[in-house]
Design a protein around this ligand. Structure first.
Ligand SMILES: Cc1ncc(COP(=O)(O)O)c(C=O)c1O
Length: 419
């Protein structure tokens, strides 16, 4: 191992001790060691305020929404709808009406694939995406294109996993009706120049869906300045509960779409042979939703807003820089993603010598370090890299340089086992 020259200070903007104390999982030990949680790309840990909000619903309300005329049902409805307002403000949406609750990013993308693509696309139409997408932002489009006869096209990718944006004008044409792209790769942390992609789509009057699953939880977002038509993200990656996510859609786009789920709670009038539907967004939330999850998502938005999204992004930039610096000490480390760190969020993917990623992950587990190993639901990108999988360390607001040190020290142990 070579010496690191990195200044080991954590970001001055976050009070890490105070933050970490709010996460019960960070008080645990794993395999008897200090718990270094570096799998935030998969899901984030939850602060006490979010856990308390979920518990508050079950212990103090526990009623269905939009139906009851009694106090607890009314209160549950108020708190559910408050989260919609909070989420709208959090991402700068024009109105609460453009926020649809789903069970996650995957479902949100499927709502668009069914309610927009399958409704409006036909043979000759084109849908543009990329090879760096999570399967959630690819497979629904494959199926929708098969069903409609539309063609799926790809913005070419460079060997480092960045996109060839010079090719935008060739790929996005007058036939393009939708461009679906990630705001941040879950494998490399690469953040494409969305403004440029959206401008190219606008020039062809195509609609744009941004997969914000990895981005929204780590950076400030304003959908109006971004000018995307759809933004999708998951609560569980942003300190919120599992089973709840968000589809943001511009009102005028959402108005034209068909719901994915039909049934109770999304109708105004039902007769034997037909029904009429509620206005947006309720029309897209058929059935009893994840009420506790939505209320707890509101607590997660409050928590993140209090910490400050700028501060979180800056902290993770520091952690990535520290990770890259320390990685230089490790011989035989192969890393993935663009060298330009300004185009990357807090994700670091690598392979160590010829150690299988799962073996590396299993040995890191013994050191108390939790990482993700495998193809990260992004097999086309693995093909670009010519590997079957990688080890991924992904950072969040509560991570410190100590977590990265534990990872690097763990790699030294791996060398001891396999070297
Ligand atoms: C970039 C990206 N898109 C979509 C998803 C799918 O999110 P979910 O499983 O919460 O639906 C993920 C999950 O890891 C992701 O990283």
């Amino acid at each position: 191992m070579k010496q690191s020259t990195f200044d080991r200070q954590d970001s001055v903007t976050l009070d890490l001790d105070h933050l970490r104390a709010q996460f019960p999982m960070l008080q645990r030990r794993m395999r008897g060691k200090r718990f270094a949680y570096l799998d935030n790309g998969a899901t984030s840990l939850k602060p006490e305020s979010v856990i308390a909000a979920e518990q508050h619903y079950y212990t103090e309300l526990s009623a269905n929404i939009h139906r009851g005329v009694y106090e607890f049902s009314e209160q549950a409805t108020v708190e559910y709808d408050q989260t919609r307002e909070k989420v709208a403000r959090f991402i700068g949406a024009e109105s609460d009406g453009s926020i649809v609750f789903t069970k996650g990013t995957t479902e949100a993308i499927n709502v668009v694939a069914y309610g927009f693509v399958r409704k409006f696309f036909g043979p000759g139409d084109e849908l543009v995406t990329t090879e760096i997408e999570h399967h959630a932002n690819l497979v629904p489009w494959q199926e929708a294109c098969k069903a409609t006869g539309a063609t799926l096209r790809f913005i070419p990718v460079n060997p480092d996993g960045s996109l060839q944006l010079d090719a935008l004008e060739d790929v996005i044409t007058e036939r393009t009706k939708l461009v679906a792209v990630t705001a941040m790769s879950n494998v490399t942390g690469y953040m494409p120049d969305l403004a440029r992609i959206i401008a190219a789509a606008r020039a062809r009057e195509a609609v744009v869906l941004v997969d914000g699953a990895q981005y929204v939880s780590h950076h400030p977002v304003n959908v109006r300045s971004l000018d995307c038509d759809f933004l999708v993200f998951s609560g569980h990656k942003m300190c919120g509960p599992t089973g709840v996510g968000v589809l943001y859609a511009k009102n005028e786009v959402l108005e034209q779409m068909d719901p994915l789920i039909y049934g109770g709670d999304m109708v105004t009038k039902v007769r034997r042979d037909e029904a009429t539907y509620k206005p947006i967004p309720d029309r897209f939330e058929g059935g009893t939703p994840n009420i506790a999850g939505v209320i707890a998502l509101g607590a997660a938005v409050d928590f993140l807003s209090q910490v400050g999204m700028q501060a979180i992004a800056a902290h993770e930039r520091d952690l990535l820089a520290y990770m890259v610096e320390r990685a230089r000490e490790v011989d035989e480390l192969v890393t993935y993603g663009p060298d330009d760190l300004s185009s990357r969020g807090g994700i670091f993917s690598f392979n160590y010598a010829d150690v299988h990623p799962h073996d590396a992950g299993a040995l890191l587990d013994q050191e108390g370090v939790a990482v993700r190993t495998g193809f990260h639901c992004a097999q086309p990108l693995m093909q670009v890299f010519g590997v079957t999988g990688t080890v991924r360390a992904s950072f969040y607001l509560y991570n410190s340089t100590e977590d990265i040190d534990a990872l690097v020290n763990g790699l030294a142990r791996i060398k001891g086992v396999f070297g």
